[in-house]
Ligand binder design. Structure first.
Ligand code: FES
Length: 151
């Protein structure tokens, strides 16, 4: 655990959390200590990258589930993930472009603090559609994965 934590930059508590979530796997030594395959470092790097672009824990679990559990994933295994992941990334890129271009306008959050709110969200009508910034794309309104990602 110490070596994985030092090399990956994740706190041991975060690695235990991801193990509990089924995102990484550990064996137990005779003394009951967690032992990891070296390939866990790539999984952890993937988890960090995925959560930094806004993937939820469930989405990350879904992607990692495409990897074989009984052997070290090969390049082909990771290629399969990146093909599937590409559509999700394109969605995220489009949402970020939207954000880049639209933060100076009303995002439908209920603050009614901008002049444009009077047009895009009069009397906070967006509240009827649900919580959060209703004028932002779905991908930017998703709950964020846990923050227990590093010490
Ligand atoms: S920006 Fe918040 S309601 Fe318009």
């Amino acid at each position: 655990m110490g070596e994985v934590s030092r090399r990956s930059g994740f706190a041991a508590s975060a690695i235990r959390y991801y193990e509990a979530e089924g995102l990484v796997e550990a064996h137990r030594s005779a003394g009951g200590q967690r032992q990891f395959e070296r390939s866990v470092l790539r999984r952890l790097a993937f988890i960090r990258a995925a959560s930094n672009v806004g993937l939820s824990i469930d989405e990350i679990r879904g992607e990692l589930a495409r990897l074989p559990g009984n052997r070290t994933p090969t390049k082909a295994d990771w290629q399969r993930i990146s093909r599937h992941w590409r559509r999700r990334l394109d969605e995220q890129i489009a949402a970020l472009e939207r954000l880049k271009g639209g933060l100076d306008g009303c995002i439908g959050c209920g603050c009614l603090s901008l002049r444009s709110c009077a047009f895009s969200n009069p009397d906070d009508v967006q509240a009827e559609r649900g919580t959060g910034a209703r004028l932002l794309p779905d991908t930017l309104r998703r709950p964020h994965p846990t923050r227990r990602t590093s010490g």
